[in-house]
Ligand binder design. Sequence first.
Ligand SMILES: *[C@@H]1O[C@H](CO)[C@@H](O)[C@H](O)[C@H]1NC(C)=O
Ligand SMILES: *[C@@H]1O[C@H](CO)[C@@H](O)[C@H](O)[C@H]1NC(C)=O
Ligand SMILES: *[C@@H]1O[C@H](CO)[C@@H](O)[C@H](O)[C@H]1NC(C)=O
Ligand SMILES: *[C@@H]1O[C@H](CO)[C@@H](O)[C@H](O)[C@H]1NC(C)=O
Ligand SMILES: *[C@@H]1O[C@H](CO)[C@@H](O)[C@H](O)[C@H]1NC(C)=O
Ligand SMILES: *[C@@H]1O[C@H](CO)[C@@H](O)[C@H](O)[C@H]1NC(C)=O
Ligand SMILES: CC(=O)N[C@H]1CO[C@H](CO)[C@@H](O)[C@@H]1O
Ligand SMILES: [Ca+2]
Ligand SMILES: [Ca+2]
Length: 573
Amino acid sequence: MQALIILATFLVALTSAREWWENGNFYQIYPRSFMDSNGDGIGDLRGITTKLRYLKKIGMDGAWISPIFQSPMEDFGYDCSDYYAIQPEFGTIDDFQALLDKANELGIKIILDFVPNHTSNKHNWFKMSEQRIDPYTDFYIWENGTYDEASGKHLPPNNWICSFRYSAWEWSDKRQQFYLHQFGVFQPDLNYRNPAVHQAMADVVRFWLNKGVGGFRIDAVPFMYEVSRDPTTGKIPDEPVAEGNACPDPDDWCHLKHIHTQDRNETFELVYDWRDIVDKFSKDKGDYQRILMTEAYTSLDNIIRYYGNGVRNGSHVPFNFEMFSNSNNKSTAQDFSNFIDSWLERMPKDVYANWVLGNHDNNRISARYGTAKIDMLNILVQTLPGHAVTYYGDEIGMKNVYVSYEETVDPQGINAGPDRYRQLSRDPERSPMQWDWTHQSGFSTANKTWLPVYENYKNENVFSQLLAKKSHLKVFMTLTEIRKNASFQKGSFEKSVADNVLVYKREQDEAYVVILNFNDEPKTVNIKEIFPAISNQVKVVTSSVQSEQREGNVINSDAVFVEGNVGIVVVGV
Ligand SMILES: *[C@@H]1O[C@H](CO)[C@@H](O)[C@H](O)[C@H]1NC(C)=O
Ligand SMILES: *[C@@H]1O[C@H](CO)[C@@H](O)[C@H](O)[C@H]1NC(C)=O
Ligand SMILES: *[C@@H]1O[C@H](CO)[C@@H](O)[C@H](O)[C@H]1NC(C)=O
Ligand SMILES: *[C@@H]1O[C@H](CO)[C@@H](O)[C@H](O)[C@H]1NC(C)=O
Ligand SMILES: *[C@@H]1O[C@H](CO)[C@@H](O)[C@H](O)[C@H]1NC(C)=O
Ligand SMILES: *[C@@H]1O[C@H](CO)[C@@H](O)[C@H](O)[C@H]1NC(C)=O
Ligand SMILES: CC(=O)N[C@H]1CO[C@H](CO)[C@@H](O)[C@@H]1O
Ligand SMILES: [Ca+2]
Ligand SMILES: [Ca+2]
């Protein structure tokens, strides 16, 4: 087989002692689904605490937890009604402290999901703002709109649409004004042009830093600021209709081009301000760096800007949605190679790349790329230079769960109706973690869990995969172990694509070669030709479960046999 291009060598920042987060291994916990300690069928904080040892065992440095703050749960926590309180079904502030203490003892950092764009309309700030009680009067974005004499109706100030369909403006009878909501009607946007809001949110950040969290994952970042009123017209400008006719329904969010409500320059500055807070806090404490992770579904250029602007630093981990959003089960080795290049070429100096292929808003890896590719994609995420982020359960290859329309609880699924819910509901990727083969897979003692446990849990669970000679989990654990090796922490990165096979080398003292076969058929790869300096024989470090290449096998580097949809890691001997 012919070797094509050998790309530039990317040197990862060489730092002497590794800080906990550098090239870190992160895990996303969806708290309702991780572990239920009290038998109500819903995962909780005490449950998570009992499973922290597991996170340590599988090699995690940190875990970010989807929202746990007090909330009416209309958007499962992404509608916060008190940033200082824990939602009772998850436990108490003492339970959270116990979780942090245990995590600290084990050396795992806990990262909180922080939703700063909006609160719930049940938040006291909003109730007081509605009544014009200071200092909350201007905590939200209030506008008069216009009054239409003919119909006797109040009309919104402009044409903006919210993410959940229909106008982004909602009339408040109490205040006799409209408020802005970029998400649900029940999620009023905070007014970041008010310095008191800045202050209030900075206080929240410091409060949880003081409790001992390792940082924050910031939700829906691009939506933080909107354009302000045009001084000449006195109006807030409309957004133009999106090009083409891709989204004809005028009530759909995608109908408009969001030039005034997303990725405003002030938003980047706000992220840099929060970075200053965590940097100052870490410096004052003098122990370790607290970090920011940011969620922004936006252009690659904008995602990269969240890292910093050359003068100020921003997010440590601006989630890499470039590969995630643009790849599917048809993506080729060349496609993946291109996604890798576009990120590595554009990211600034002195930062780390990050790789993520799953979260609570998207179908599971097994559903999007096919079950055969699970190990191959876990190998990819774990062996590229930079941070790796794993959505709970992807390490054991968890599958999307079937949920009937009657049982659907995700508002996005319910709103879609019985015909379309299967495309839009996010319930299938949120099913309970499969721990073992007992009742409800060991997740809960309840007879009914908030979402059903995957039917085949008896065969596919953490416990059985730990016992098996070879399993997704065993592959994953080998990967997280070798990742600690200097070759992956600060080694070079050279890559080549041919025949729909992606091959790359990570080298510091040892040379590791990763081979990912995106074909359904087997290929024999000559890695000696691609990397002439590699030894004539190499040892298999790990391979996909369906591969015949066993760990420890020594094979010739000029003819490495790789089955279809299989990933293999070898090391020079
Ligand atoms: C909104 O309406 C109130 C009451 O009619 C009026 O006092 C205020 O000036 C209006 N605000 C703007 C910005 O037009
Ligand atoms: C936003 O920032 C960019 C980069 O600094 C600058 O080029 C641009 O003019 C700014 N846009 C506005 C509207 O201020
Ligand atoms: C930004 O981060 C880089 C890399 O960690 C560091 O060298 C630099 O001093 C930071 N800049 C500021 C303004 O904090
Ligand atoms: C690829 O994904 C599409 C969309 O999810 C699905 O319809 C198709 O069956 C999948 N193909 C394979 C080979 O898995
Ligand atoms: C669960 O179902 C079993 C069998 O139907 C029943 O005996 C048990 O009481 C139920 N447990 C709870 C907590 O409802
Ligand atoms: C890196 O891995 C090699 C072989 O896989 C091993 O010999 C070496 O001790 C490891 N080094 C570290 C620092 O873990
Ligand atoms: C991936 C993610 O966290 N998505 C969230 C973005 O923000 C909205 C509103 O807060 C949520 O509904 C999404 O779940
Ligand atoms: Ca519970
Ligand atoms: Ca906003």
